[in-house]
Design a protein around this ligand. Structure first.
Ligand code: SF4
Ligand code: SF4
Ligand code: SF4
Length: 335
């Protein structure tokens, strides 16, 4: 069976798990009776930073161990804010008529990641709740559901109950205590709108620049055993995997996926036309990218740019290769 077919099954499983987990958490946080909380409240214990209950060192140790083996599966399948971003990103791609993706590789913003992590840690130590609540993924998502969605759901429930009483057709229990601070609603809405807008245009930008959990997991997944691996013998540099990468972490110059930013969405695996990209423990790519081995101070920027352009144009089938033909005048000779 071609690898692309196997990876389609893997991706579908990943999407199914993320949809089920996010639906379970959302329904649990939005309902008023606590029935779902009693039925499967344990699911919150699997969140790295759970809401309203103490942090479990066992859970953190589990996710660090799991990430060191398989990468950031937590970010692709468990985190509800990750699923929220995937929905926003999918809608953004659909609106641009690029369902497979139109992303580009971008350099990691490690300084921003570590500053955000340091600020979160300092605020935690000093018991300043407002900053972590605005950038911790589980708090952000649950606060949005509880502050913004739950009141709407409560009022809708009471409208349905009133119609039932008026018509005598059904009986629905009224819910009381639907009051929430306007500031809490505004903060939740603004933070989610910001994350959603970033995702709409650029995929998982929040995950790889601001999220403190993503930064911690990224430090671990940098050396994960199972990673995205590109076989340079098979790759035709078509660029489809780079365009599909919502984490903007596939660098086709070096044929490397930055595993510290890869969120294991498996999108890249299902678009490759030549079965050249894998999720596996073995490596076909260079362990350290070629260009990172060269001391940048010893080569001029112009030389490097020229080398990059020459390399890309030399690869048959690459976008750069095609564009070099397109832009050449008929009487010019391609050397
Ligand atoms: S990086 Fe943060 S927000 Fe993104 S999926 Fe991972 S835990 Fe969630
Ligand atoms: S490298 Fe592949 S699996 Fe990782 S984030 Fe990018 S598209 Fe998803
Ligand atoms: S051939 Fe596959 S690995 Fe190479 S650029 Fe295209 S999609 Fe990516």
């Amino acid at each position: 069976m071609p690898y692309i077919k196997r990876y389609q099954a893997l991706k579908k499983s990943r999407v199914a798990v993320s949809a089920v987990v996010t639906a379970m958490l959302t329904l649990m946080w939005v309902e008023f009776s606590d029935m779902l909380l009693c039925a499967y409240g344990w699911i919150e214990r699997w969140l790295v930073i759970p809401v309203g209950i103490s942090i479990s060192l066992i859970t953190i140790a589990f996710w660090i161990a799991f990430t060191s083996l398989f990468g950031r599966i937590y970010c692709s399948s468990i985190c509800p804010l990750g699923t929220f971003q995937d929905i926003a990103a999918g809608l953004g791609r659909a609106s641009r008529r690029r369902p497979q993706g139109d992303y580009r590789y971008s350099r990691p913003l490690n300084s921003l990641r570590y500053i955000s992590l340091a600020i979160t840690a300092i605020c935690w130590i000093m018991s300043i709740a407002i900053v972590p609540a605005l950038i911790e993924p589980d708090h952000m998502y649950s606060a949005f559901i509880i502050n913004a969605v739950k009141p709407v759901w409560g009022h809708l429930n009471n409208v349905i109950a009133r119609i039932g009483v008026a018509t005598g057709w059904w009986s629905v229990t009224y819910v009381a205590g639907i009051s929430v601070s306007a500031l809490a609603v505004a903060l939740s809405a603004v933070s989610m709108l910001t994350v959603g807008t970033l995702a709409w245009f650029n995929g998982r930008t929040f995950c790889n620049t601001v999220c403190p959990v993503g930064t911690i997991l990224g430090c671990v997944s940098r050396q994960a055993l199972w990673r995205i691996d590109i076989d340079t013998d098979l790759c035709i540099n078509c660029g489809k995997c780079e365009e599909a990468c919502k984490a903007s972490c596939i660098d086709l110059r070096d044929h490397v996926a930055d595993s510290s930013r890869c969120v294991n969405c498996f999108n890249c695996l299902t678009v490759c036309p030549n079965d050249a990209i894998f999720y596996r423990p073995t490596r076909k790519q260079l362990s350290l990218p070629m260009m990172q081995r060269i001391d940048a101070s010893k080569i001029g920027a112009t030389t490097q740019a020229a080398t990059d352009a020459e390399y890309r144009c030399s690869v048959p089938g690459s976008r750069q290769h095609k564009s070099s033909y397109n832009t050449t005048q008929p009487d010019e000779t391609i050397s």
